[in-house]
Design a protein around this ligand. Structure first.
Ligand code: G3I
Length: 383
């Protein structure tokens, strides 16, 4: 009996030592044996933060904003979430709180309580807000999806929505994702409620309406898989060129950059794409980056190292171009991320772990920011 007890104690002790040595803790919520290992905390905090300042300490000097999408319930209820967000970022994007469905679940009624909460938080922590998003084929209220509206009525609904939302936050929200995901992979305009009602004119109608509601706001076209060179990014480039030639008030193109370890764009092509948009006089912003790690069979630490490299590469490419004025991620802590809902699998795609400790990816982004004055001849660096 005694030897069995010693045996069990010994096994437990060895297992504990191995866990500590590998700086991993068990996160009990998930079943996948690889995915349940989450990088630790106490020591990595010291490693990561002792050599540098929070991300937002570098943004003024580097001439860009560093942002995160905000989960409104976490902002409302989680004090560590609030503290980390305020410490690290100087731009916030509402992940869902400014979508049509969330704002106007009933026809003719608006509830701005969540959106106001975010804007107030941003103001009190000296952060900008990226308005997201005015026109999209998803995130629509049921009354709008199921209603039998004429094309003229849909145009009027769209205009009223844009005037209501942009007008409410005039002067407080400095830039908007006006039209989101209007182009398909093949370069054709996506078949949406708005497209069926107004043809592709709905795009410029939306930009003009946003401009009228707040002439000082910077207005973006936003999409995914448009970062490199392909039929979709070609079509968006041509759309921008056409809008600009006709005087439509568009200021920039947003790249979402939802990627995975085995699903990254050709980075040289990303640079070429940024350059051609810059040549049109446009800004470019990375607005929704996350890096899925659930695919493949590599050890977790190797996956986190690869994730870190991908984040660092994207941040550096942004910093290398004067046109790239924001680097924003879709969330910031692995505790709250849309990826598991989307894929059905656990994932850890962001800069902070579930306990708000910085991951290797955080260090890479911060290292890129620290080096911004050495990039591109230091052209974008203010001191
Ligand atoms: O709010 C309801 C809640 O009341 C209900 O109990 C729950 C049950 O499913 O659903 C909740 O709404 C969900 C919402 O997220 C908030 O969690 C919606 O069903 C769900 O569809 C919604 O998903 C969001 C998705 O956009 C669609 O709006 C994701 O969180 C959000 O990350 C995602 O964000 C998009 C960007 O806006 C545009 N680019 C792509 C990006 C990822 O898809």
């Amino acid at each position: 009996m005694r030897s069995i007890t010693f045996g069990i104690v010994g096994i437990v002790a060895v297992a504990a030592a191995l866990l500590l040595a590998s700086r991993l803790v068990i996160f009990p919520a998930f079943g996948d044996p690889d995915a349940i290992l989450v990088p630790i905390i106490q020591t990595s905090v010291v490693d990561s933060l002792s050599g540098g300042l929070p991300l937002r300490a570098y943004t003024e000097r580097c001439g860009l904003t560093v942002g995160a999408a905000v989960d409104i319930e976490a902002l409302r209820n989680d004090s560590l979430y609030q503290a980390t967000l305020a410490r690290e970022f100087d731009m916030l994007t509402p992940e869902n709180a400014m979508k049509f469905r969330e704002l106007s679940p009933e026809l003719g009624q608006y509830d701005f309580s969540d959106a106001d909460l975010l804007v107030d938080f941003a103001r009190s922590h000296d952060m900008q807000v990226r308005g997201h998003t005015l026109v999209w084929h998803q995130g629509l209220p049921r009354w709008l999806q199921t209603g039998d509206f004429t094309p003229a009525a849909l145009e009027s609904i769209l205009l009223r929505h844009i005037h209501t939302l942009v007008g409410r936050y005039q002067g407080q929200i400095t830039l908007w994702d006006v039209v989101n995901e209007a182009v398909d992979f093949d370069g054709e305009f996506r078949d949406t409620l708005w497209m069926r009602a107004m043809g592709k004119d709905y795009i410029e109608i939306a930009f003009w309406a946003a401009h009228q509601a707040d002439p000082d706001a910077r207005l973006f076209y936003s999409d995914y898989d448009n970062e490199a060179l392909n039929a979709k990014s070609d079509a968006i480039y041509n759309l921008m060129k056409d809008l600009l030639a006709r005087g439509v008030p568009v200021d920039g193109v947003a790249f979402h950059l939802h990627v995975g370890l085995n699903d990254t764009p050709n980075w040289s092509d990303v640079q070429r794409n940024i350059q051609r948009l810059q040549d049109l006089g446009l800004e470019v912003q990375i607005t929704e980056m996350d890096v899925r790690i659930q695919d493949g069979n590599l050890p977790l630490m190797e996956k986190l190292a690869q994730q870190s490299t991908i984040y660092g590469t994207a941040a550096t490419i942004c910093l290398q171009s004067a046109a790239c004025t924001s680097f924003s991620i879709w969330g910031f802590t692995d505790r709250y991320t849309w990826i598991p809902n989307q894929t059905g699998n656990p994932d850890f795609p962001l800069l902070f772990d579930v306990n708000y400790q910085p991951k290797p990816a955080y260090t890479s982004v911060r290292d890129a920011l620290r080096a911004c004055c050495t990039l591109d001849g230091g052209a974008r660096c203010s001191n």
